[in-house]
Design a binder for this molecule. Structure first.
Ligand code: HEM
Length: 500
């Protein structure tokens, strides 16, 4: 009882406060290391959390970069973070120190959701043998796709035709294109993973997309950031199930589809899709405890491919259509080029890309001007490194500010305008640009880049071959400013797609 009396409580409170301050100081000690990047002064316990606008982190980082330079530090509660911006610093971190920065920071929320050393999927896996094995497997499966009956290009071309048919059904009336774009792009991942597509009204496709949207909301929600910073909160009974219901339901759904798929798998036949190839690897790895080929990881890899490969591509296509509506002069030139090179008599194919330099430049400029992942995915250093003369210690979370490169004033003629000329030379030929890094660079660069480029080209060209896009009569011009979650998304808008 004596312990609870006022006299005794004060020294205990002071001792606890001093202890917490010491722990806090210990977590911040690297701030005082020589050549540690500068940054705003953190407050005890919370660090710089209250100085950031989590609704618009790219803008917070823009202001901090103006104050502290291309390499600055932050303290998110007890997590040390360094943000690198601008072409030189980002390249140095991602390319020169590609392996040193190839880890991902620990995510307590994912660990609670079942992340284990051999069950980490790819996108958020720690740098190590399990990640390497799965990355290699996915890259080679994507490359060799076509072992089955159809090549990936055929799947995408046929899906593009289905998408055009669904747009045509709108009969020129105002509609939001996002749901149809999501369905088409999700079907491409489904053909890769399960060797099948779904009709656009199939409840399984609708449910998968609903759960992917829920997963994205859960990942970008403030609660998730708070839980990753204060992981002991994750032990509140029932909290994980409530906050991550989308994650959990998606795993169950993908698991059910995989179980169904297994019943039709014939190991004696060549693999029909990624799931077949993975099941064959599981058989080979039986008895090898070091292997990451197991049933749970198949579900994690499938979930990663759906999550990383669906909304990214469909949101980019949504930006592309929005920008066509806002720039009818650019749209006219794309129509003209497609009419001259492809006409109306056949479907676009990848072989046309080299003969459509303006269209290709427009797609690149969409990705530059409205990049869906302005801050990339966080990395973590596996050893001490130096970037632009600053020391970044081992174990630091690294944010690579991709939009600072894609909008850099020194390397782009009109960084804040939609200007396809960025990718054209004086003769109108397509021209690559060293600052174009929407898929990031180095060891963790997007492994779906070839597929994403194919989808963007075939879907965009097919849609523009068949339709003219415009703002619905009586509606205001939509805004080209986005909303930032984990991805930069166009604000809700409608368009009319009139058959040409
Ligand atoms: C326009 C479309 C896309 C964009 C802009 C994009 C961009 C990115 C970026 C910026 C990263 C993070 C790289 C880093 O950590 O530095 C990434 C990672 C990843 N992307 Fe994509 N992506 C797109 C489409 C796709 C597609 C279609 C797939 C699947 C087939 C895919 C699968 C992945 C995976 C698995 C990773 C994690 C790689 C790793 O951690 O090793 N992405 N992507």
């Amino acid at each position: 009882m004596g312990l609870l009396s006022g006299d005794a409580l004060l020294p205990v409170a002071v001792a606890v406060a001093v202890f917490l301050l010491l722990v806090d100081l210990m977590h911040r000690r690297q701030r005082w290391a020589a050549r540690y990047p500068p940054g705003p002064m953190p407050v005890p316990g919370l660090g710089n959390l209250l100085q950031l606008d989590f609704q618009d982190l790219p803008y917070s980082f823009y202001k901090l970069r103006n104050r502290f330079g291309d390499v600055f530090s932050l303290q998110l509660a007890w997590t040390p973070v360094v943000v690198v911006s601008g072409p030189a610093a980002v390249r140095e971190a991602l390319v020169k120190h590609s392996e040193d920065t190839a880890d991902r920071p620990p995510m307590p929320t994912h660990e609670r959701l079942g992340f284990r050393p051999h069950t980490q999927g790819i996108a958020l896996a720690h740098y190590g043998p399990a990640w390497r094995e799965q990355r290699r497997f996915s890259v080679s499966t994507l490359r060799n796709f076509g072992l089955g009956k159809k090549s990936l290009e055929q799947w995408v071309t046929e899906e593009a035709a289905c998408l055009c048919a669904a747009f045509a059904k709108q009969d020129g009336h105002a509609f939001s294109p996002n749901t149809l774009l999501n369905k088409a792009v999700c079907n491409v991942i489904s053909s890769l993973v399960y060797g099948r597509r779904f009709e656009y009204d199939d409840p399984l496709l609708v449910r998968t997309l609903d759960l992917l949207e829920a997963l994205l909301e859960e990942e970008s929600g403030l609660v998730t950031q708070v839980l990753n910073v204060f992981p002991w909160l994750l032990y509140i009974p029932g909290l994980v199930e409530k906050i991550f219901s989308g994650h959990m339901a998606l795993s169950v759904l993908l698991g059910t589809l995989i179980t169904e798929h297994r019943t039709t798998w014939d190991p004696a036949q060549p693999p029909r899709d990624l799931t077949d190839a993975f099941l064959a690897e599981i058989e080979k790895a039986k008895g090898n405890p070091a292997s990451s080929f197991n049933d749970e990881n198949l579900c994690c890899v499938a979930s990663d491919l759906f999550a990383a490969g669906t909304v990214t591509t469909s949101r980019t296509l949504s930006w592309a259509l929005l920008l066509m509506v806002l720039h009818p002069d650019v749209q006219r030139r794309v129509h003209q080029e497609i009419d001259e090179v492809i006409g109306q008599g056949r479907r676009p194919e990848m072989g046309d890309q080299a003969r459509l330099p303006f269209t290709n430049a427009v797609i690149h400029e969409v990705q530059r001007f409205r990049h869906i992942g302005p801050l990339g995915t966080p990395h973590m250093t596996i050893r001490d490194i130096e970037v632009q003369g600053f020391l970044i210690p081992k174990g630091t979370t690294l944010i690579t500010n991709l939009s600072s490169v894609l909008n850099d004033e020194a390397i782009w003629e009109k960084p804040y305008c939609f200007h396809p000329g960025h990718f054209l030379d004086a003769q109108g030929n397509f021209m690559k640009h060293e600052g174009f890094i929407p898929f990031s660079a180095g060891h963790r660069a997007c492994l779906g880049e070839p597929l994403a480029r194919m989808e963007l080209f075939l879907f965009f060209t097919s849609l523009l071959q068949h339709f003219s896009f415009s703002v619905p009569e009586g509606q205001a011009q939509p805004s080209d400013c986005g909303v930032f979650g984990i991805l930069l998304t166009p604000r809700p808008y409608q368009l009319c797609a009139v058959s040409r």
